[in-house]
Design a protein around this ligand. Structure first.
Ligand code: BES
Ligand code: ZN
Length: 842
């Protein structure tokens, strides 16, 4: 791969005057940018992408320039190096790419409308105005925007508006910041605002397709999150306002633009009276994530994209720290355990996975760095380990110093470790570097040999893996005293097991208590039996952890998959979110081992029914205002299990509930809405029902209801219905490109629809690339395909289709990883199928 030059080396801007004239009708942008800065040499480069530059001037002198589209550049020849003021005039198209400056489409009361918004991370600011588009090139910005304005329209940006003159909106000068965090938006918006204790104005904005009360939840969470961070970071929020804006078309989930955070509608606005608790929790963590970035990412920014983890891992940890502080009853760390931890452990076990810290140059590669399971989930877990090591006091003290030292500037991972090291007096860097710089994680084997309790560490793989002798500094978190805090060698002998056990109150020996360290444990039979003999004393997290580690060991072929099944029976009937989430994850994984319509599948249905019956009975279909979080989540899982088992009672009750609500389906209680709709489609589906649900999907602006409808419709059993759905994949008036991956995955996962979806993606790859190709989500179409497939036939087809695409920038890593993951799943299923089915028939 060619070396990409950093333009900041040639030119260091410190101030931009940006004027934009945007015409929605003609779909054009006309712009003039004045950049003041220091030219380090006579030949400088400034970023641009798809800009038609008409002139470049040094104050009033025309300069000779050349645009170089391959390198996203305007190369400018200056008379001499030194301080310069360069004026660039240009035009650009306004395109539907969800990148740069782009329109979002929506409807209110049948009238089609649009909002213009921006998305610049990682490298699309250069599509809006010429700039040195690198995180280190921090400068101040004066933004002036004109557009084909209609009465009543609102415009928002990072800073407050100073004046509105001759149709031009002038915004206050920004603080020193990176280009990727500039944002603005305009259109017919509604908003609600409030003020934090410290006087920061907080607002939530959305289109008028939403009811006003749908903004309330986000406003409350945003306000309290900012108050929390100001206290936790001991550093004031640096801007006058913090706007949150929901955009109808949005490629990522949300984006931390400084002072103007943008969101998918699904992650900001919600009906406060009928939204599942888990959805509210998700929205709250997304808001807290983006607001964590206002300091960590915006005030202090990574020097280069290789330290992207510094932004994302940290924000991903802080979203849980913040929400745990402001909504302690939600026990939000459980969500971290059931989602992020599981994703990280799975992905990070495939040989060839990236480390959290990765070198990167090419712009397309930068976007492919955002591997959620690694940069977000593993990175956050790594920081959770660091937090547990140093404690919250040192973390806060360290962060305060880190912000003070690097504010309005940039930092690297080493700077963070130094700050935490100084605050705690520990060598944080060398412990954390073993996690940051190396891919993968260890399995710690604990065994009793000749009476001695011994530990060893070795890299854990699912599928083939080359053992490179990697070692980690593992925080062991044992329940036994006298076990070292950190295990960094290959082997460790802890002494006589019987003596140790009696010294520790005869409890069974455990490692990684509370599951905060990034490793799994393989106990030998003596130790595992000890643990299980005391299973009445096991807390929920421990039960979850035992299942989690067994699941991974089974996937890695270190224990038989069939051996895991009795544990599901053993721990079923629990009332805990963490235990039940992993039980059902494991149970539905077994679907891959049975053929649709076979006897084996019937056994699996029966098995899942057995796991679910007691809880389904206890909780019933009627959500209750006093239900705990455990009950709400368990109800959905258990009733889902009963429907999967085709239990007559469950099927009929869901059908009855559907009939009660048939004229107002959106008001079906959100906790059971997807189940009821999907049951109806599966068991009582008709063309009329299908048309009705699809029409509701098109019409509703409630994202969580939309999700329920998508998930129900794609459960259809009729191939002609499924084909009709696939025919809407490229019809953005029905399925927005931002939502397409969900549709594709659901239909691929339906055995009646798999062929249709698979044919579609292979035939329409070019269309897909043209539509979402510039997008960080593009590669995940491959991931979901590999996650659904599990037969050798599909594996062959998968390779035949994707291997020729291995050299596509931004797809290489994903194709390699997914090919490996799929290969190991197919192999696992073939070798374990008989044993699993024998166990299921018991
Ligand atoms: N900075 C990211 C969004 C982003 C990533 C934009 C890569 C462009 C390229 C933002 O802070 C983020 O992490 N968003 C997440 C949602 C989040 C709550 C986990 C996302 O978009 O998935
Ligand atoms: Zn983020």
């Amino acid at each position: 791969m060619a070396e990409f030059k950093r333009f900041y080396d040639t030119f260091k801007p410190d101030h931009y005057n940006i004027y934009l004239d945007i015409d929605r009708d003609k779909k054009t942008i006309t712009g003039k940018t004045v950049i003041k800065g220091l030219a380090e040499q006579e030949q400088i480069s400034i970023h641009q992408k798809a800009l038609k530059v008409s002139s470049v001037q040094l104050i009033d002198e025309p300069l000779s320039f050349k645009t170089d589209d391959k390198n996203d550049a305007i190369n400018v020849q200056l008379p001499k190096a030194g301080p310069v003021e360069i004026t660039i005039e240009y035009t650009a198209p306004l395109t539907d790419t969800m990148m740069g400056i782009y329109p979002s489409y929506y409807e209110v009361d049948g009238v089609k409308k649009q909002i213009i918004g921006t998305q610049f991370e990682t490298n699309a600011a250069r599509q809006a105005f010429p700039c040195v588009d690198e995180p280190e090139a921090k400068a101040q910005f004066d933004l002036a925007i004109k557009f084909d304005e209609q009465p009543g329209e609102t415009i928002l940006s990072n800073m407050p508006e100073l004046k509105h003159e001759n149709g031009v909106h002038y915004f206050d000068t920004t603080v020193k910041m990176s280009t990727y965090l500039i944002a603005f938006a305009f259109g017919d918006l509604q908003g609600k605002t409030t003020t934090t204790k410290s006087g920061v104005k907080v607002g939530v904005f959305a289109t008028k397709a939403h009811k006003a009360n749908e903004l309330d939840f986000a406003l409350d969470i945003a306000k309290r999150s900012i108050e929390f961070y100001e206290d936790f970071y001991q550093t004031p929020y640096p801007l006058p306002h913090s706007w949150q804006l929901a955009l109808p078309d949005f490629s990522a989930g949300a984006m931390e633009n400084w002072g103007l955070v943008t969101y998918r509608e699904a992650y900001l606005v919600l009906d406060p009276d009928n939204t599942a608790l888990t959805t509210k929790q998700l929205v709250a963590t997304v808001i807290a994530h983006e607001l964590a970035h206002q300091w960590f990412g915006d005030l202090v920014t990574m020097k280069w994209w290789d330290d992207l983890w510094l932004n994302e891992s940290f924000a991903n940890m802080m979203e849980f720290v913040a929400i745990d502080a402001i909504e302690p009853e939600w026990r939000i760390w459980e969500n971290f355990q059931t989602s992020d931890v599981q994703a990280a452990l799975k992905r990070d076990a495939t040989d060839g996975v990236q480390s959290v810290h990765v070198q990167v140059n090419h712009p397309a590669e930068i976007d492919s760095l955002f591997d959620a399971a690694i940069v977000y989930a593993k990175g956050a877990r790594m920081l959770v380990m660091a937090r547990a090591l140093v404690g919250d006091d040192a973390l806060r003290k360290g962060l305060k110093n880190y912000f003070a030292a690097h504010q309005y500037s940039n930092a690297t991972g080493a700077d963070l470790w130094n700050a935490l090291g100084e605050a705690s007096g520990m060598d944080v860097e060398s412990i954390m570097n073993s996690w940051l710089e190396q891919p993968g994680y260890p399995v710690v084997t604990a065994k009793v040999e000749n009476g001695e309790l011994k530990l060893t560490q070795k890299q854990f793989f699912i599928g083939d893996g080359e053992d490179k002798g990697r070692q980690w500094h593992i925080p062991l978190n044992s329940n036994y005293q006298d076990v070292p805090a950190i295990f960094k060698d290959n082997e460790l002998s802890l002494g006589n097991y019987a003596e140790l056990k009696s010294k520790n109150g005869n409890q069974p020996f455990r490692l990684n208590v509370v599951n905060d360290s990034h490793f799994i444990v393989k106990y030998d039979d003596t130790l595992l039996n000890d643990i299980l003999e005391h299973d009445d004393k096991l807390d929920n997290m421990s039960k979850m952890q035992i299942l989690q580690d067994l699941k991974l060991l089974a996937e890695g072929k270190q224990v038989s998959y069939a051996k895991v099944i009795p544990f599901l029976r053993k721990f079923a009937g629990e009332n805990s979110v963490v235990v039940n989430s992993i039980i059902y994850d494991l149970a539905y994984d077994l679907e891959d081992f049975v053929n649709p319509g076979s006897n084996e599948e019937n056994n699996l249905r029966k098995f899942i029914g057995q796991l679910s019956a007691k809880q389904a009975d206890r909780l019933g279909w009627e959500p209750n205002a006093n239900d705990s979080k455990d009950d709400q989540v368990t109800r959905r899982l258990a009733l889902g299990g009963m429907l999967y088992a085709k239990d007559n009672d469950a099927v009929n009750t869901a059908h009855k509930i559907f009939s009660q609500y048939k004229d107002n389906l959106i008001s079906l209680p959100a906790d059971i809405r997807t189940l009821v709709l999907s049951n109806e489609v599966k068991n009582f589906g008709s063309d009329e029902l299908f048309e009705k649900l699809l029409a509701s999907y098109r019409k509703t602006s409630d994202a969580s209801y939309k999700n329920s409808l998508c998930s129900a419709l794609t459960d259809a059993k009729s191939e002609s219905v499924l084909a009709k759905l696939v025919s809407h994949f490229e019809d953005s008036e029905t399925i927005k490109p931002q939502d397409l991956r969900g549709w594709y995955r659901y239909i691929l996962d339906n055995d009646k629809g798999q062929q249709l979806a698979w044919d579609w993606i292979r035939n329409e790859w070019q269309w897909l690339e043209d539509t979402v190709g510039g997008d960080m989500e593009f590669a995940t179409f491959i991931t979901v395909t590999a996650n659904v497939f599990h037969t050798s036939e599909r594996f062959t087809e998968f390779k035949a289709f994707f291997e020729p695409k291995l050299n596509t920038p931004g797809l290489t890593r994903e194709i390699k990883m997914d090919t490996k993951a799929l290969a190991s799943r197919v192999d696992l299923i073939e070798s374990e199928r008989d044993a699993v089915n024998a166990e299921l028939s018991k």
